[in-house]
Design a binder for this molecule. Structure first.
Ligand SMILES: C[S@@+](CC[C@H](N)C(=O)[O-])C[C@H]1O[C@@H](n2cnc3c(N)ncnc32)[C@H](O)[C@@H]1O
Length: 269
C-alpha cells in the first residue's frame, strides 16, 4: 500500500479525525452544498458495476452509504425503492443534507465505528472513503462486515496504485513512508488489486470482482502532474476524454471498485 500526502494549510496539530472532517466539509462548501444531482447517478461507472447486482436486490432492501458526501447516492437509491441511510463524518454537511432533503435519512457517524446494529443492511456502498485513516482500512472493512446481513453485498472504491504511480514513486521511494515537507500530512492510502482483495478476504468477505475505474480522471491527473496542464482547463478535459479509451486501465485508472459478499456463515478467522 502506498501513502499519498497533502498540504495542510491549517493547524498542523489538528487530530486526524478533525483534519478529515474539516477537509471534506470545506470541499462540499466549495461545491455549493446539497443539490439534486441524482440524474447523473445512472451514468456513473460505479453504478454500471452495481447494476447487475441491483437487478437481483429486492425492493425494500436496506442500504448503507458510508461517507455519503453530498448525499446524491443516498437520495437516488431511496427513491428507487431501496431505503438508504447516508452516513458521514462531516457534521456541517449532514446538517445541510437534513435541511435540504428532510424526507431522507442522514446521520453523522464514523464508518470505522458506526454504532449501528449487527446484520442490519442488505447492501453497503462507499466511494473513496475507506482510505482516509493512516492506521489502515481494516476498521472500515471489519465494520462493514459487522453491519451487513449474511449474504449482504459490499461495493467499495479506493484509490488505485496503478503503474503510473508505481513509476513515479520508483525514483522517489521515501515518499512511500513519510511526508516531504513539514506542512504535508497523510491524505490517503493507494492500493493494488491484490492488496485490496487481500484486505477484504482477511475480514471474511468473499471477493466477487475488483474493477479499475476512472480512466478519464487518471489521464487528467497525469496531464496535470506530468505535463503541467491545469486540471480544470477545458483543453485538459477534452484531451483526457479523447485519450482515455486508448490507455490501459492498469496504467492510469484512478480508482479500484470491489464487489464483495458477506458469506451466509462466518468463515473461521
Ligand atoms: C470521496 S468523498 C465521497 C462522497 C460521496 N460518497 C460521493 O461519491 O460523491 C468521501 C466522504 O467520506 C466522508 N468520510 C471520510 N472519512 C469518514 C469516516 N471515517 N466516516 C464517515 N464518513 C467519512 C467525508 O466527509 C466525505 O464526505
Amino acid at each position: 500500500m502506498r501513502k499519498d500526502f497533502t498540504i495542510d494549510t491549517g493547524d498542523a496539530d489538528t487530530s486526524e479525525i478533525a483534519f478529515v472532517e474539516d477537509y471534506w466539509t470545506q470541499k462540499w462548501v466549495e461545491q455549493g452544498g446539497p443539490k439534486d444531482r441524482t440524474s447523473r447517478i445512472p451514468r456513473k461507472e460505479e453504478f454500471r458495476v452495481m447494476r447487475p447486482y441491483l437487478e437481483k436486490l429486492p425492493k425494500g432492501a436496506r442500504m448503507l452509504d458510508g461517507g455519503c458526501g453530498l448525499g446524491d447516492w443516498t437520495v437516488y437509491f431511496t427513491e428507487q425503492g431501496w431505503p438508504t441511510l447516508g452516513l458521514d463524518i462531516s457534521r456541517d454537511t449532514v446538517a445541510k443534507l437534513r435541511e435540504f432533503f428532510p424526507e431522507h435519512e442522514f446521520e453523522v457517524g464514523d464508518i470505522r465505528q458506526t454504532g449501528l446494529p449487527d446484520a442490519s443492511f442488505d447492501a453497503y456502498f462507499s466511494w473513496g472513503t475507506f482510505e482516509h485513516f493512516e492506521a489502515g482500512l481494516e476498521p472500515c472493512i471489519d465494520e462493514a462486515y459487522r453491519v451487513l446481513k449474511p449474504g449482504g453485498l459490499l461495493f467499495t472504491s479506493v484509490p488505485f496504485d496503478n503503474l503510473r504511480h508505481a513509476l513515479r514513486a520508483a525514483g522517489d521511494w521515501k515518499r512511500k513512508a513519510q511526508p516531504a515537507a513539514g506542512n504535508e500530512r497523510f491524505y490517503q492510502w493507494r492500493l493494488t488489486r491484490g492488496e485490496f482483495r487481500g484486505l477484504l478476504a482477511k475480514s471474511g468477505f468473499e471477493v466477487l470482482d475488483v474493477k479499475a475505474i476512472g480512466k478519464r480522471q487518471g489521464v487528467l491527473r497525469s496531464l496535470q502532474h506530468e505535463f503541467g496542464l491545469p486540471y480544470q482547463w477545458f483543453v485538459s478535459r477534452a484531451a483526457s476524454a479523447a485519450v482515455a479509451p486508448f490507455v490501459p486501465s492498469g496504467l492510469v485508472a484512478h480508482m479500484l471498485l470491489a464487489v464483495a459478499r458477506k458469506p451466509e456463515t462466518d468463515p473461521p478467522r
